[in-house]
Design a protein around this ligand. Structure first.
Ligand code: IMP
Ligand code: MG
Length: 174
């Protein structure tokens, strides 16, 4: 079975949109500092580009989660593999995620982080696949709404491959 990748969103379009999100966040958080909580591994490319476009002081922290159950769909039972290094108590936190699919991972994670007492907690997602949503998640900052296709590139993987593609692509198997 061979893998075919086609471009869904060109690199310059993604970069422009991230710039806009950065400007919006900079405006909304004027006079404050923000902690970007990046979800490993898929969100790293998006996090770096976004962080560069934010003009208020930015702190970066990383969390890694894995979901139990089937490979193709998250089960909602989420295990923290690597926790944040620093406390988020009384901090303004934005969770940065690559894609919201069923919403289960973020639903769990936002609940966990909220319990740690941040001053505020928001979600910024590069991609939103609303057709697949099982659990409601409020996306405060959204890059693009996309169709129900399997996405690779700009951090997103298929079997750990293709994260480094500079554009957002659709993978198909033939
Ligand atoms: P959710 O809990 O179903 O929303 O799962 C979201 C996670 O599943 C994302 O953080 C990705 O790691 C992964 N995921 C969902 N859809 C895709 C996709 O199209 N390509 C690559 N990874 C995906
Ligand atoms: Mg992910």
């Amino acid at each position: 079975m061979s893998e075919k990748i086609s471009v869904l969103i060109e690199e310059d379009v993604v970069d422009k949109r991230i710039r806009e999100l950065g400007e919006q966040i900079s405006k909304d958080y004027e006079g404050k500092e923000v902690v970007l909580v990046s979800i490993l591994r898929g969100s790293i490319f998006f996090t770096c580009e976004l962080a560069k476009r934010i003009t208020v002081p930015v702190y970066l922290d990383f969390i890694s989660v894995s979901s139990y159950g089937m490979d193709t769909e998250s089960s909602g039972v989420v295990k923290v593999i690597k926790d944040l290094d620093d406390s988020i108590r009384d901090k303004h936190v934005i969770v940065v995620e690559d894609i919201i699919d069923t919403g289960r991972t973020l639903n769990y994670l936002l609940g966990t982080l909220k319990a740690r007492g941040p001053a505020s907690l928001k979600l910024c997602a590069m991609l939103d696949k609303p057709d697949r949503r099982v659990v409601d998640v409020d996306i405060d900052y959204r890059g693009f709404e996309i169709p129900d296709k399997f996405i690779v590139g700009y951090g997103l993987d298929y079997a750990q491959k293709y994260r480094n593609l500079p554009y957002i692509g659709i993978i198909e198997f033939e």
